[in-house]
Design a protein. Structure first.
Length: 82
């Protein structure tokens, strides 16, 4: 459902740029799951704001991947929240 929202509610050009960034986040995390810097995505980061932050449905998408929203970042958790 989250992926469907992303694909249907965003302009194709913006989605392409955002999808590349989301892929990079996932790729880095999958290669380095224990490295703290790859477990967090800072929402105040310029790259996030410009490429990902304005996409409709991105929060739900990141949540579906296991990221938990914190004050100014998303943090990946390998366990489900209570």
């Amino acid at each position: 459902e989250a992926l469907q929202t992303l694909s249907q509610k965003n302009e194709s050009g913006e989605l392409k740029i955002g999808a590349q960034m989301l892929y990079l986040y996932c790729k880095n995390l999958s290669k380095n799951p224990t490295v703290p810097r790859f477990r967090r995505i800072y929402t105040n980061n310029n790259s996030f704001k410009k490429k990902v932050g304005n996409l409709i449905g991105v929060k739900d998408f990141l949540s579906a991947l296991g990221f938990v929203e914190r004050t100014n970042f998303f943090e990946w958790s390998d366990t489900s929240p209570d």
